[in-house]
Design a protein around this ligand. Structure first.
Ligand code: BG6
Length: 308
């Protein structure tokens, strides 16, 4: 993201013995753990706490962090049984590669990470850029080997909605989705609702709109803030950059499933909603030498009356 010349330069501090970075800029702040490159806090200049983190999340590197923005790669869910659910990016310790004017760049590659059931060389880069009321995170997967590999990638963003019963989601009408809570999770249904309210266990993949070249554009309106979530993807290959239509996952475990997870606050489902841009409805092939960028932008504004 280009730096805004009128804005101040980001300040970066290592905290918790270097396990976590605190980034401040333009009155906004971000915290990110090197473990999983998991961003656990984004507080805007106007004081809005945008990201949900479970109070019972394990933050000591023994388990993927419950909340924040865990990163999924190279599989979403567990289609490869020998590999951990959602892959290994969220379970390895990343390196701080450098500072930028508006944030930091973190990296992980096959020489530093540990993983099962994966043989391809790769490099992951997570670039965080913040300004007073917005956060842009760019998650890049580069194939540094000599043969193409199939992959999923996703930014598993937990939004802090404060009260799910007063939250609406718009922007998905007309989009096809797979409902993982049904007996036929691969069946495609069309979303007919302009305004979606989440009132039960929800686990859906909204499949990237075909032939539009546009990614996910979802508005989440709650009692304390409105968040516009945009997800866009581009494949940078030998023929230059090609836009890719990315998917968006919507997940809320609801009461019973929340209680079934040791690291999820029992009543936490009332305050969170995952809206997750990614490439997960099918495996994509990344040619050798190519890079896939998945850019998420969260733009935060005041709550709208209709959501309250
Ligand atoms: C969501 C998936 O993205 O992540 C759900 O759609 C899954 O199926 C959820 O349950 C949480 O996964 P995990 O591995 O962090 O418990």
């Amino acid at each position: 993201m280009g730096a805004d010349a009128s804005a101040e330069k980001a300040e970066i501090k290592e905290i918790d013995g270097g396990r976590k970075l605190l980034i401040t800029r333009d009155g906004a702040e971000v915290e990110v753990y090197l473990f999983g490159a998991t961003l656990t806090k984004f507080k805007t200049k106007s004081g809005k706490d945008v990201i949900w983190l479970s109070s019972t999340a394990k933050l000591d590197g023994t388990k993927a962090i419950r909340g924040g923005i865990p990163l999924v790669f190279p599989q979403f869910g567990a289609p490869i049984k020998e590999m951990a659910q959602h892959g290994f990016a969220r379970n390895n310790t990343w390196k701080l590669r450098g500072h930028t004017d508006d944030g930091v760049i973190l990296t992980l590659d096959n020489t530093a990470a540990t993983h099962d059931a994966w043989k391809y060389p790769y490099k992951l880069t997570f670039t965080i850029a913040l300004s007073s009321e917005s956060l842009t995170t760019t998650y890049s997967v580069e194939n540094t080997g000599t043969e193409a590999f199939p992959f999923h990638s996703l930014q598993h963003t937990y939004l802090n909605v404060a009260d799910i019963s007063k939250t609406t989601v718009t922007g998905l009408r007309g989009q096809r989705f797979m409902d993982k809570t049904t007996a036929d999770p691969a069946a495609l249904t069309i979303e007919t609702r302009e305004v979606i309210r989440v009132e039960q266990f929800t686990d859906r993949i909204y499949v990237g709109p075909t032939a539009t070249g546009k990614g996910a554009q979802v508005k989440v309106s709650g009692p304390t803030m409105t968040v516009d979530v945009s997800g866009t993807s581009v494949l940078k290959g030998p023929d230059g950059p090609t836009p890719v239509n990315n998917d968006v996952v919507m997940w809320n475990p609801w009461e019973k499933n929340a209680k079934g997870m040791g690291d999820f606050d029992d009543d936490g489902y009332n305050r969170m909603l995952c809206i997750e841009p990614g490439l997960v409805s099918g495996f994509h092939l990344l040619p050798a030498g190519s890079t896939f960028d998945l850019v998420q932008e969260l733009k935060v504004s005041e709550p709208t009356l209709s959501a309250i």
